[in-house]
Write a protein that binds this ligand. Structure first.
Ligand SMILES: Nc1nc2c(c(=O)[nH]1)N[C@H]1C(S)=C(S)[C@@H](COP(=O)(O)OP(=O)(O)OC[C@H]3O[C@@H](n4cnc5c(=O)[nH]c(N)nc54)[C@H](O)[C@@H]3O)O[C@H]1N2
Ligand SMILES: Nc1nc2c(c(=O)[nH]1)N[C@H]1C(S)=C(S)[C@@H](COP(=O)(O)OP(=O)(O)OC[C@H]3O[C@@H](n4cnc5c(=O)[nH]c(N)nc54)[C@H](O)[C@@H]3O)O[C@H]1N2
Ligand code: SF4
Ligand SMILES: [Mo]
Length: 904
């Protein structure tokens, strides 16, 4: 039976509404929900391929556990797994106290899931050791808001994009990380070409290319920039003195501070032109100005200062609480906001309450019906894994996050996981880096299967309902927590009263009660209202019928005297500094089509077409100086670790800087990924680590032996088997490619030829052994071995290349990949395959990366068309690229900018 279910996209904090189609309890399609106010029907590349992730082969569908540390895990049933975990937790708590256990959870959980985890730790066990991946993400935004405005509430909304005159984007690559917001920005700019867009980012991202002014500051220098802008606005008389006088405190002290941030000094620190600084200040000062910011500000040891220094600009100019104005932190994860609302962090309490406030603690204790909630703050992410390593924390429960991939200084984090007495992992997927450390795996339901609520970046809550039933033995996240909590209550000799929930709605209603009278009061909401009236913004209390679109319009802030507070921040450098031994800045961040550790996006072939391998991007100058050619392998290292990967020149990167995407970890490459290198140093206030920056050295690596493997298949078990080979090579990466079923890809290089048995085993996996219908060329003297599998297509009967395994001669790999994708076998290919050539036949040129993923349009076709004179519109008309989801539009415009000029 065909069914349609309204839900939201489970990727970023834009929180787009989706309509899921399912047939006989299987998800078959997804489209944007035209009625959802976050996206009005649009979806980006990731959202529009969500249904392709709804397959079960990489999911965990059965609880698994091991009883001794190094024995393999065995499948088991829920009772056995949860009794075991409850016994171990109870034992540990009895022997070592409540702070010997910890929960590390996630901004991708639903609010109801989050709520029960928090209550389990703080209400039942009596520990504040509950922290989340939001510590790596939004924690500095939280402290920035609280320091200045008094509460953790993004005051603006998406519609403000339509009303602003100056959009100030700092440390956010909106075009990649919040694509549907970027579509709104494009629309607003098209409607109002006078609107100014400023982008502050060391890299010339697609977002920066779209801007009227790109301030390519040196990494970590944002505070100097913001102070410098305030200095100029002050000098130019652009401040709103009445607003400062009536609604703020602390301006005089701030004035003293910014006095020294002269344009000259700031331009020097930031590495930008003085004139550009002045322009930015003038645009911001004229307003209305809306700032949007993300990890480039938050992931810093001065993240709280960076956030607060930017909010200072809004307060000093009165650019807050009115249309088109305000500081707007973009949330990363789909429900980072919900986690903050329920106070699911080591220093927070339910309903935006603070742990260090005795009244707040008493209120929460009364609500839960417990004697008290513990007063001492729990361990935050980095501290939690440190304590696990030292043995202070003995048992950890990890849910909906993958710390063995996403935490900084991974060698230490992995040592901590090794050292733990008990690691419980509650995840939906099995293909994660943390999975290998788990003693107990608890299978959770995931996108399309769950019920609960999420809050997006603009404070908007959506109620989602399941499209399909729970697969296998998987359970909902909240159900797992509730079942465990009841077992633990029993073992700790407590009454069975705290976790009597049968449906998530009961949890929501309790959470709702916790917000009564608070800044985020949602006492006027219910599941029923959300279902009938659609997603709503908070606050929305009992007395009103709609939520507040924009906060602080009355100039009253949630501080004791109702006034906002200016924050004094001085510029200080990054934790790691470059020097002669580590001369390169390394930045990290996101790609358009992948999501974090790729447990979901890494199962969709199409999402590898934009970027198919982990690379370090460098400035051309740095490549030349080191005699590194595009595609050469390099070793990137610092005192914490090292990583081997390919180097590529990029016009986005400044000299002496480099960039590695955060997505590839040991599931998709040999090595741990970029977080082997990142520092765990964190901001004193927000405790958020500096995941954006470190210093590294770079050496070219020459590996004598090279291999490329491609096999038409969507069998995740083949990918899984190939994945197990990765650690055996000095360099290796694996993944998928193509469209539809696509292919499994392995690239490898090694200092010497590996054992013949390794290759034999690989050939067997690929079904490319003697007797298979393939071309087979061996030249032992030159170290060349080529195998090309040719099979008839089931539908057309035409001969088709379905597998390639090349050793020693891999230059033709890209050409062969296209032959495989297009499914043609030719005599030319036969000639090439059976001769010791080193390059693809003349006239064969690869298409390059796929820029438009929806309509499968590649970079080289686009460049050719531009060079024949096409502008952006002609390009769209001719090739249709960028006409569906629009995620590639910024890149298309950039290509027109880059190649249009040369043609003219
Ligand atoms: N495609 C995709 N989208 C995502 C995600 C994903 O995994 N994939 N994840 C989601 C999540 S959880 C998050 S938190 C968001 C993150 O969204 P963003 O923060 O927008 O993305 P990042 O690429 O991490 O970092 C943004 C930019 O910060 C810049 N930067 C580095 N150092 C500095 C600095 O010192 N100052 C300034 N001003 N900029 C700096 C980087 O060059 C980078 O371009 O994305 C969300 N959306
Ligand atoms: N170097 C560097 N490191 C970074 C960053 C960076 O910019 N640079 N960014 C940081 C940021 S902002 C973030 S948010 C983190 C993200 O880092 P992680 O939280 O580690 O990222 P994910 O891969 O999204 O992990 C989510 C996990 O939940 C599982 N999952 C999915 N759905 C469900 C579900 O419904 N229930 C359960 N129980 N599990 C589910 C997935 O399989 C996956 O294993 O990374 C941080 N690390
Ligand atoms: S912008 Fe893309 S990833 Fe983010 S919620 Fe919307 S569809 Fe999902
Ligand atoms: Mo994030």
């Amino acid at each position: 039976m065909l069914k349609e279910t309204r839900s939201t996209c489970c990727y970023c904090g834009v929180g787009c509404g989706v309509i899921i189609t399912s047939e006989d309890d299987r998800i078959t399609g997804v489209r944007g929900d035209p009625d959802h106010p976050a996206n009005f029907g649009r979806l980006c590349t990731k959202g529009s391929t969500l249904h392709l992730t709804a397959k079960l082969d990489t999911r965990v569908l059965q609880p698994e556990m091991r009883t001794s540390r190094h024995s393999p895990r065995q499948p088991t049933d829920w009772d056995t797994a949860l009794d075991h975990v409850a016994d171990r937790f109870a034992e540990t708590i009895r022997e070592h106290g409540p702070n010997s256990v910890a929960f590390y959870i996630s901004g991708q959980l639903l609010t109801e899931d989050y709520y029960v985890f928090n209550k389990l730790a703080k209400g039942l066990i009596g520990t504040n050791n509950v922290d989340t991946n939001s510590r790596l993400c939004m924690s500095s935004a939280v402290s920035g808001y609280k320091l200045t405005l008094g509460a953790d509430a993004p005051p603006a909304c998406y519609e403000d994009i339509d009303h602003t005159a100056c959009l100030f984007i700092a440390g956010s690559n909106t075009a990649y990380a919040h694509p549907i917001i970027f579509r709104r920005i494009e629309d607003a700019k098209a409607r109002n070409p006078d609107m100014k867009i400023v982008v502050v980012d060391p890299r010339r991202t697609d977002t920066a290319t779209f801007a009227d002014l790109h301030l390519a500051i040196q990494p970590g220098t944002d505070v100097a920039l913001f102070n410098g802008m305030l200095h100029i606005m002050l000098w130019e008389g652009m401040l709103d003195q009445a607003f400062i006088r009536e609604h703020t405190n602390g301006f005089d002290a701030l004035k003293e501070t910014v006095r020294e941030y002269t344009p000259k000094m700031v331009a020097d620190i930031c590495g930008i032109r003085e004139a550009d600084l002045v322009t930015a200040a003038k645009w911001f000062g004229s307003g209305p100005s809306l700032s949007m910011y993300c990890m480039g500000l938050n992931q810093s040891i001065h993240g709280s200062d960076k956030n607060a220094a930017l909010i200072n600009l809004h307060l000093a100019t009165g650019q807050i609480g009115k249309p088109g104005a305000g500081p707007f932190s973009l949330t990363g994860q789909p429900n980072a906001m919900g986690g903050r609302e329920v106070g699911g962090m080591a220093n927070l309490l339910s309903g935006h309450r603070d742990l260090d406030n005795p009244e707040h603690r008493a209120e929460v204790a009364a609500l839960w019906g417990v004697e008290d909630v513990p007063a001492t703050p729990g361990k935050t992410a980095v501290e939690m894994f440190d304590a696990l390593k030292s043995g202070e924390i003995k048992a950890i429960w990890i849910a909906c996050t993958n710390p063995a991939h996403s935490m900084p200084d991974l060698n230490q984090v992995r040592a901590a996981l090794e050292n733990a007495e008990l690691v419980v992992l509650q995840d939906a997927y099995g293909n994660t880096d943390t999975n290998i450390y788990a003693d107990v795996v608890l299978p959770a339901t995931s996108w399309g299967e769950k019920e609960g609520t999420v809050t997006n970046s603009e404070r908007r809550i959506t109620h989602i309902t399941p499209a399909v039933a729970k697969p296998g033995a998987a359970r909902h996240d909240w159900e797992i927590v509730v079942d465990f909590a009841q077992r633990l209550e029993q073992r700790l000799g407590k009454a069975n009263t705290l976790f009597n929930y049968l449906v998530p709605e009961t949890i929501f209603n309790e959470h709702r009660e916790s917000t009564r009278g608070r800044d985020l009061d949602i006492t006027g909401l219910s599941y029923q209202i959300l279902d009938t009236q659609g997603p709503q913004q908070w606050p929305l209390n009992e007395k009103v019928s709609t939520g507040l679109q924009r906060l602080y319009s009355d100039g009253i802030f949630p501080k004791p005297d109702g006034r906002a507070q200016f924050h004094i921040a001085h510029y200080k450098p990054t934790a790691d500094k470059t020097d002669a031994r580590q001369p390169l800045h390394l930045l990290t961040g996101r790609l358009r089509d992948q999501w974090h550790g790729m447990s979901r996006t890494g199962t969709v072939a199409q999402l590898f077409n934009h970027v198919d391998e982990p690379v370090i991007s460098l400035n051309q100058q740095d490549m030349e100086r080191r005699q590194i050619k595009p595609g050469d392998l390099v070793k990137v290292s610092n005192k914490r670790g090292s990583l081997t990967l390919r180097a590529q020149p990029s016009d986005e990167i400044q000299p002496a800087q480099s960039f590695i995407p955060m997505h590839w970890g040991s599931q998709f490459m040999s090595g741990l990924g970029c977080n082997a290198l990142m520092p765990s140093a964190f901001d004193k206030i927000s405790r958020q680590p500096e995941l954006k920056h470190t210093a590294v050295k770079l050496e070219k690596v020459e590996l004598a032996w090279q291999m490329t493997v491609m096999r038409n298949s969507n069998d995740m078990h083949l990918l899984e088997a190939i994945r197990r080979l990765l650690p055996g090579f000095d360099y290796a990466s694996c993944g998928l490619y193509g469209r539809g079923n696509g292919m499994v890809v392995l690239q490898a290089a090694h200092h010497a030829a590996p054992d013949a048995a390794v290759i034999d085993a690989l050939d067997a996996l690929l079904g490319m052994t003697e007797g298979a219908p393939m071309l087979n060329y061996q030249d032992a003297r030159r170290g060349i071995s080529k195998r090309i599998l040719v099979e008839p297509d089931v539908a057309t009967g035409r001969q088709q290349v379905t597998g390639v395994r090349l050793i020693g001669e891999t230059l033709a790999a890209e050409w062969l990949r296209e032959v495989m994708t297009e499914g043609q076998f030719s005599d030319e290919l036969r000639r090439w395959a059976l001769a010791p050539l080193s390059a693809p036949p003349t006239g064969q040129r690869s298409r390059g990366k796929i820029v438009c993923n929806c309509l499968n349009v590649a970079e080289n076709e686009i460049i050719d068309t531009i060079q024949m004179g096409a502008d952006f519109i002609t390009l769209q008309n001719k090739l249709k690229c960028g006409t569906q989801c629009g995620s590639c539009v910024p890149e298309l415009k950039k290509l027109v900018q880059l190649h249009g000029r040369t043609a003219a």
